[in-house]
Design a protein around this ligand. Structure first.
Ligand code: HSE
Length: 433
């Protein structure tokens, strides 16, 4: 017999419209596959007039999200309002009523996950968040279920479509950062205020969710060493290419001696590595775990229909759990490592790309080599573009591994030298080893 579950949708924006469209398009398929009918019972939004490209019975609409949460016909709450305070309040309200919540709100989970997952546990219900990281890629499910018996050794992800689009266009069209950002905004890929994306916060939110899930403790946002791509100079993309690398905005999460290193920054990766071929708005994550080695998850990390696909898969999971009377069958977050430790970025061992601006005269390079050597940094390769003698020339150095602290100290020392014409530009390199 087909069971019917009632849904309350909070936030009828772009993704909300995609959820309604997906439900309408594939309701029969979902019923055939699961034996359940998913019925929209309430849709809450403040704006009822904007065209979302889907037909909706206006009797379902309300402006009061709490009314939708409390509606006795609503079994599952879908939070797509975004933002912090109002979303936190309605999610807490739904969990307190024992209703499972499906959300795409990565910022809220990264900042207040501990409180919300705790509330879900206390009320015997669950939070589903597949859409919060990697859009339509079934990534959370892979970590939570597919790899539940594996130790996660490393996660490396391209998790922000806006950054990846900008870097791809800069490389392929040889365009400067500001121009590509303006184009991305005009095309609707980048927000009018792109700070969350280009300064790395969005990637850091997603990294925190993945790290918490993989390592079993709530990883705080301030433990992520975050650098963005704002103002990235296209010459670095070109020099990196000359040396066999591509620059990607990367989240890197590593388990080293039982402590977690977590960082987000534009990073050089070998051009022949599979992650280097992730172009445009696409996302990808490599999960390295025992037993399997590398698992690659790739797909559309943003957009109406792909994000809605992740939301709907969560809705089906929540519905199945209700029907089988086991709302906490696979809890969203399980704190299995209370003593989890974060490794500060200063403890990291990294390889780097350095672009120095050096006066082109005899002996200068020897001085630089001496400073690097003093800090235990060894040079792997070197590129100098020709310029008129007596001027400042760009010199690009690829190093071997050394401590992050050594790089910071060496760069400080180099930048104080009279032969150096501009601050040194530095990117880390990831070899996926
Ligand atoms: N702003 C995000 C991105 C999409 O550019 O990837 C939502 O997570």
């Amino acid at each position: 017999m087909t069971k019917e579950l009632g849904l309350g949708l909070l936030g009828f924006g772009t993704v909300g419209g995609g959820v309604v469209a997906g439900l309408q398009k594939n309701a029969v398929l979902i019923a055939q596959r699961t034996g359940m009918r998913l019925a929209l019972r309430k849709v809450a939004d403040l704006d009822w007039d904007r065209d979302r490209g889907v037909a909706l019975d206006r009797a379902l609409l309300t402006k009061d999200a709490m009314e939708a949460v409390a509606d006795p016909g609503v079994d599952i709450v879908i939070e797509l309002m975004g933002g912090m305070d109002a979303a936190r309040k309605v999610i807490a309200g739904a969990l307190s009523l024992g209703k499972p919540v499906v959300t795409a709100n990565k910022a809220l989970l990264a900042e207040h996950g501990e409180e919300l997952f705790g509330l879900a546990a206390r009320h015997g219900t669950n939070i589903f968040f597949e859409a919060s990281v990697g859009g339509g890629i079934p990534l959370i499910r892979s970590l939570r279920e597919g790899l539940v018996s594996n130790r996660i050794l490393r996660l490396c992800g391209i998790l922000n479509g806006t950054c990846n689009y900008i870097l791809t266009r800069m490389e392929q069209k040889h365009l400067p950062f500001d121009r590509v950002l303006r184009e991305a905004q005009a095309a609707g890929y980048a927000e009018a205020d792109p700070s969350l994306d280009i300064d790395g916060t969005d990637t850091a939110h997603k990294a925190v969710i993945l790290a918490s899930l993989a390592y079993g403790f709530h990883v705080p946002m301030d433990s992520v060493a975050t650098e963005g791509i704002r103002g990235l100079n296209k010459v670095d993309i070109e020099y990196a290419a000359d040396l066999g690398y591509r620059i990607k905005m990367l989240a890197i999460i590593k388990d080293i001696d039982n402590s977690v290193e977590i960082r987000v920054s534009p990073t050089l990766i070998p051009v022949h590595h599979v992650m280097a071929s992730v172009q445009g708005v696409f996302n990808a994550v490599i999960i390295n775990c025992d037993g399997v080695g590398d698992v690659l998850c790739y797909g559309r990390g943003a957009g109406r229909d792909s994000t809605a696909s992740a939301v709907l898969s969560d809705v089906v999971d929540a519905a199945r759990d209700i029907v089988s009377n086991s709302k906490r069958r696979a809890p969203g977050f399980v704190p299995f490592r209370q003593d989890g430790r974060i490794r500060g970025i200063s403890e990291a061992r990294v390889r780097c790309y350095l672009r120095l601006s050096l006066l082109d005269k005899p002996g200068v390079f020897g001085q630089i080599g001496t400073v690097l050597g003093k800090h235990g940094i060894s040079i792997a390769s070197l590129l100098q573009k020709e310029t008129a003698t007596g001027h400042h020339a760009p010199v690009v150095i690829i190093t071997h591994h050394a401590g992050e602290g050594a790089f910071q100290a060496a760069i400080r020392e180099i930048d104080s030298m009279s032969v150096v014409g501009a601050p040194t530009v530095r990117f880390r390199i990831e070899d996926f080893e």
